[in-house]
Write a protein that binds this ligand. Structure first.
Ligand SMILES: [Zn+2]
Length: 238
């Protein structure tokens, strides 16, 4: 059994379980809030708990936002760059030829024209990231469109600061964060599934959770891994 609490712009999904304490969690990618309460707790008591924890929830959501802003890269020699969850050292080659990026076992070689500045280097790298994503995403969408029996009209790649993906259910568009190229590919797949499930259920309600449990049972692990640390608080029943 599950209910929802609405607190200004916060929607908290409440689940009743055979637990002794109230568990409040803020989940990436979008700071969704879930509360697990002992079966017998009255909804007013749960609501009071959430009101008391409002500051904590906001803080966790702000942390999620901050975490998604990593230290900016300078695109210089020996800098660490991740691709599909693996770390590589950057090598920069200046050459009077078309810019390109090459990948081998340990190194990403960024070839740029002599005198290319940070912005130019970043743009070459970004274009390469997008090409890596475009090589994988259509296959993932195809696979999950079939499994979920939904139709996506288009997908877009975008650098986003606070979210891994989004879904416009009216236009049936999904938007994916280009930083997903830095994460293991199964996490990209998780975000694709999450956004496609929104075509069946736009909000993060119990139906959405049930659909994720049904189609992608490891989604909790995936959300935690996507943001490295689960943001969780365990508080005694108050
Ligand atoms: Zn969502």
């Amino acid at each position: 059994m599950s209910e929802q609490i609405q607190l200004e712009d916060l929607t908290i999904l409440v689940q009743r379980k055979a637990v002794k304490h109230v568990y409040l969690r803020v989940y990436p990618p979008d700071g969704r809030v879930t509360l697990v309460a002992p079966a017998g707790t009255r909804l007013e008591a749960v609501r009071a708990f959430v009101i008391a924890k409002r500051g904590w929830i906001r803080k966790q959501q702000a942390k999620l936002e901050a975490r998604s802003r990593e230290t900016p890269r300078l695109f210089v020699e020996h800098e660490n760059h991740a691709v599909w969850g693996r770390h590589y050292l950057l090598q920069v080659v200046e050459k009077q030829a078309g810019p390109c990026v090459m990948l081998d076992q340990q190194t990403i070689t960024l070839q740029v024209r002599p005198g290319s500045d940070l912005l130019k280097r970043a743009a070459v790298m970004h274009a390469w990231h997008k090409s890596l994503l475009h090589a994988v995403i259509p296959g993932l969408i195809e696979k999950w469109q079939e499994r979920l029996e939904v139709r996506v009209s288009a997908y877009f790649l975008q650098q986003m600061k606070t979210r891994w993906g989004s879904c416009n259910t009216r236009r049936r568009h999904i938007r994916l964060n280009t930083d997903l190229v830095k994460k293991p590919q199964n996490l990209l797949e998780y975000v694709v599934v999450h956004e496609l499930v929104h075509l069946l259920e736009p909000s993060h309600n119990k139906r959405f959770v049930a659909l994720m449990d049904q189609h992608y049972p490891v989604w909790r692990e995936a959300t935690a891994e996507l943001n490295q640390l689960p943001l969780a608080a365990v508080r005694p029943r108050g």
